[in-house]
Design a protein around this ligand. Sequence first.
Ligand SMILES: [Zn+2]
Ligand SMILES: [Zn+2]
Length: 117
Amino acid sequence: MSFKSDTCVDRNNKPLTSYSSKSEADDGIRYIKDTYRKDMVLYKCSSCSYYHLAPAGRHTPLAEKRCSCFDRNGSGKDLYSSKASAEMRAKILSAENHIKLTVYKCPEERGYHLSKA
Ligand SMILES: [Zn+2]
Ligand SMILES: [Zn+2]
């Protein structure tokens, strides 16, 4: 294991860029907007307590259907179309981030979400 083991990853398992302050994250948003023409939003990460960026649009490869559930950071929750894929993802994330995740059924019944135990 590397010294810094708290690196968060996105849903493609790529390390997320961590910003220590909101203004740093804002600079990152501007840079991505200028360079890639992509709109990003910042959110405070609950596992590493740094700021990360996420796409502003609700484009997600996880499920075609979306629900309107939000996590405590105000970003749309990842939706898994089957319980099995949600459980598999929970296993990976739990191992990587040393957190315990549980699978629960979306209240809107559009799939499954992960929640911190
Ligand atoms: Zn994080
Ligand atoms: Zn939902």
